[in-house]
Design a protein around this ligand. Structure first.
Ligand code: MSP
Length: 519
């Protein structure tokens, strides 16, 4: 069998535009990626998690002009804010991509030259429409017309007319290949409805050649041989995923070989649906044109919306996670995002739901369970209790089965990226454990220590399993519980070993999730 340590898992978030502040939607994408990384670590994989910021393009240039600062100074100052934000959110990454870094810029130039030499890129003139806010070319047919003006069909941003010299990428050369590839790799794009939409919107006709350079502004990666051209920001940005692994055309780095190029290496991009066209059509085609391996999967999650629709500056309903962090530990916010918002559909965020979920799941359900069980252990025993399978009755057996089935369910759902459903199973198991206490009535068993110890050991094992799952999203809170149950490592493998508490009598419990009153 293959050594577990050889298994690799690469996960990325979009690199966010530093032209605005990070909001709850960005935190959602990044939390999903971070949780997947933690999950895979627990399974014994070596993992690489990359996030970052998308620093070039007209949108950033315009923003820095508005503020009257050099674009590089502007993105540097945003880097300070963004990296502090991730620290506050208690999210650690393995690499932070900044597209102004020199190894990335070098890679983009070498790619450009290679594709030009190959005849995939040619020089021409672009005449058409562009959305600066979305950094996207839109055809007249795709655009929405209102009062003689053209607008982006999804974001509604106004389009501007462009007429300028440009290099083009012949997307259509790889169109048939892409369609075939997705057909043969049904997991490549998750959920599959995303591909259906993209096919209907863009692939029914021949793909138009994509403009990949601009000459009317200069904040971007300049083409060495023709420096009045800067590279289209999406071509630039997408390649961050492999420049993060030190990928070079001339020689492959160890990181790239291990996390991307090995056949078995798992590589997942987490994105929001508005950027699926770039990730599911352009990105695979760019990679194919260079004979680079495809990612394993492009995972598109739903949007966080508010009671009055999609978050937008003009509506004034953008949720600032830092304000939430002032009231809630970031671990609680992240727990809520991955357990109570639907992964693949849009979900309404309402802070009141966060409060209700916290009180129900963490304070009442899990917190109470731990304090009840620990109290009973310490009130009745001075020494560890031994587990003996011969002593279990039908109620116990049923509880043990539920603990074991939850493990399979949790792993299966996480492997299918149904993260919210996986955590729902954890909450259900906690309820079942509380119910098991009500059924077995251990408070009546003070005279029957043997029976009492069987029940309490099963409960301790149930708690161990809950903590193992929750450790993936709340490692700091779970550390406190680890000290209570005197266990250092929480692993999936150990869930089935019911003898792990044979030599352990827990420490007194502590309040980890105090109830919060509605104000
Ligand atoms: N810079 C590009 C990405 C380049 S990746 C090579 C970009 N940046 S962005 O700052 O606009 O971030 C977009 C991403 O933020 C979405 O794809 C999604 O991951 C996240 N979200 C932004 N708004 C969101 C919601 N309302 N809800 C959930 N996530 C959303 O596009």
């Amino acid at each position: 069998m293959k050594n577990k340590k050889d298994k690799s898992f690469f996960v990325s978030t979009p690199i966010y535009y530093p032209s605005g502040n990070l909001h709850l939607g960005h935190l959602f994408s990044t939390t999903i990626a971070w949780v997947l990384k933690n999950y895979k670590n627990k399974l014994g994989y070596k993992t690489f998690f990359v996030t970052g910021q998308d620093e070039h393009g007209l949108k950033i240039q315009k923003k820095s002009e508005e503020l009257n600062i050099e674009p590089k100074k502007y993105v540097d100052s945003q880097y300070e804010l963004f990296s502090n934000f991730w620290k506050k959110a208690k999210i650690k990454y393995d690499f932070y991509s900044r597209t102004t870094n020199s190894k990335h810029k070098k890679l983009i130039n070498s790619i450009f030259n290679k594709l030009f030499d190959k005849g995939v890129i040619y020089k021409g003139k672009y005449v058409g429409w562009y959305s600066v806010q979305d950094e996207e070319f839109i055809t007249e047919k795709e655009a929405i017309k209102k009062n003689d003006k053209l607008y982006h069909p999804i974001s509604n941003h106004q389009l501007e007319k462009i007429e300028e010299e440009s290099y083009f990428f012949k997307l259509s050369l790889y169109q048939d290949w892409l369609i075939e590839y997705v057909k043969n790799n049904p997991n490549f794009i998750t959920p599959s409805k995303i591909w259906k939409e993209l096919s209907n919107n863009f692939l029914k006709e021949k793909l138009k050649d994509l403009s990949i350079t601009r000459v009317s502004f200069d904040w971007g990666i300049k083409i060495d041989g023709d420096p009045k051209h800067v590279v289209y920001v999406w071509l630039d940005a997408l390649f961050n995923y492999i420049s993060a692994l030190d990928y070079k055309l001339e020689n492959e780095s160890e990181k790239y070989k291990f996390y991307w190029n090995k056949n078995e290496s798992e590589k997942i991009h987490i994105i929001g649906k508005e950027i699926s066209r770039f990730h599911c059509i352009f990105w695979p085609i760019f990679l194919k044109s260079l004979d680079i391996k495809m990612p394993t999967r492009i995972l598109t999650h739903g949007w966080i919306i508010t009671k009055d629709g999609k978050m937008s500056k003009s509506k004034g309903n953008v949720i600032n996670p830092e304000e939430l962090f002032d009231k809630w530990d970031p671990e609680i916010v992240k727990f809520f995002l991955v357990s109570h918002l639907n992964m693949f559909e849009d979900s309404v965020f309402d802070e009141n739901d966060l409060l209700l979920a916290y009180n129900a799941d963490l304070a009442n359900n899990i917190g109470n369970l731990v304090s009840r069980v620990i109290k009973m252990c310490l009130n009745s025993f001075n020494d560890p209790m031994k587990f003996d399978i011969k002593k279990v009755n039908d109620d116990d057996k049923m509880m043990i089965d539920k603990i074991m089935i939850t493990k399979d369910n949790f792993i299966n759902l996480m492997d299918a990226f149904e993260i919210d459903k996986a955590f729902k199973k954890v909450i259900i198991l906690a309820k079942e454990l509380n119910k098991y206490i009500d059924i077995t009535e251990p408070w009546l068993l003070n005279e029957n220590k043997e029976r009492l110890s069987t029940i309490l050991v099963i409960l301790l094992n149930g708690i161990y399993s809950l903590l193992t799952y929750l450790d993936i999203v709340m490692p700091e809170k779970i550390n406190v519980f680890k000290k209570i149950i005197k266990i250092e490592n929480l692993t999936f493998d150990e869930i089935s070993n019911f003898e792990k508490f044979d030599n352990i009598l827990p420490n007194p419990s502590q309040m980890v999730f105090p109830r919060v009153k509605k104000n």
